[in-house]
Ligand binder design. Structure first.
Ligand code: ADP
Ligand code: MG
Length: 259
């Protein structure tokens, strides 16, 4: 297949709660999709830029970022950079993006800016994964508007379902007004501590609510997954034999089999 022939599937990773595993999933799902041979782009749309640094990009070396694409209409292909992982590119974020949420408010077609940008490059990739910030503001709305589907990480903890009705309400509003075709890719249970009963209870509760929409792959708490970002590597290169690498490969395969 030559460049330009692909029709990348766009998956937004969203949950307005912080610390549920969005960035860990963006970095490692993207890297595992690339590892199994899929041409993949990860878009960091969180001003914290944890996906950018987690994948080994020094934010000090980044000349332009997703901010310039969203606010200044810079061409995404001028901003996308290669990563150390074969088949994996990134559209990086820097702290400059922190102003975008406010700067976009008075602009024309503020909700569809990311969608327009992605349309220019969609044909170059099999998968485009978007790491959303922990809010339901304009950056997340742009992501849901640009996406074919949304992947929702849910941490296996006591308040797991809290806040999800708000997120689902936002998804419904986007479906109604901005993106009729938006689907739920799946709910991903993360950071499971298999030694506690609580984890099992949360799995049952989430499955009762989301049924077949829950990914079979469950991400356990894994020390190596927590360490990898500080080395600027996805788990698949940092420790390919770890449990963390195995489960994110499983998740990549499940996403591929979803079609
Ligand atoms: P979010 O992007 O939703 O805020 P992160 O992916 O940044 O969440 O995860 C929050 C913290 O938990 C990070 O320090 C991350 O390294 C750690 N973490 C995430 N998933 C796991 C896991 N499965 N095992 C161990 N640590 C994890
Ligand atoms: Mg994050």
């Amino acid at each position: 297949m030559k460049v330009g022939d692909k029709m990348g599937k766009v998956i937004a990773i969203a949950n307005q709660k912080g610390g549920v595993g969005k960035t860990t999933t963006a970095v490692n799902l993207s890297a595992c999709l690339a590892y199994v041979g899929k041409k993949t782009l990860v878009i960091d749309i969180d001003p914290q830029g944890n996906t950018t640094s987690g994948i080994g990009i020094d934010k000090g070396d980044v000349d332009s970022c997703i901010y310039n694409v969203l606010v200044e209409d810079q061409k995404p292909k001028e901003v996308i950079i290669e990563t150390k992982v074969e088949n994996l590119h990134i559209l990086p974020s820097t702290i400059q993006l922190a102003g975008a949420e406010i700067e976009l408010v008075p602009t024309i077609s503020r909700e569809v800016r990311l969608k327009r940008a992605i349309e220019q490059i969609k044909g170059n990739y099999d998968y485009i994964i978007i790491d959303c910030p922990p809010s339901l503001g304009l950056l997340t709305i742009n992501s849901l508007t640009a996406a074919d589907s949304v992947l929702i990480p849910v941490q296996c903890e006591y308040y797991a379902l809290e806040g999800l009705s708000q997120l689902l309400n936002t998804v419904r509003l986007v479906q109604k007004h901005l993106n009729h075709d938006l689907e739920i890719e799946g709910v991903l249970l993360t950071m499971l501590d298999a030694r506690t009963n609580l984890g099992i209870q949360v799995i049952e509760e989430v499955k009762k609510y989301f049924r077949e929409k829950v990914f079979q792959t469950i991400i356990p708490r894994n020390v190596r997954l927590g360490e990898a970002p500080s080395h600027g590597e996805p788990i698949i290169t940092y420790d390919p034999k770890s449990r963390g690498a195995e489960v994110y490969i499983d998740l990549a395969k499940e996403v591929i089999s979803n079609g």
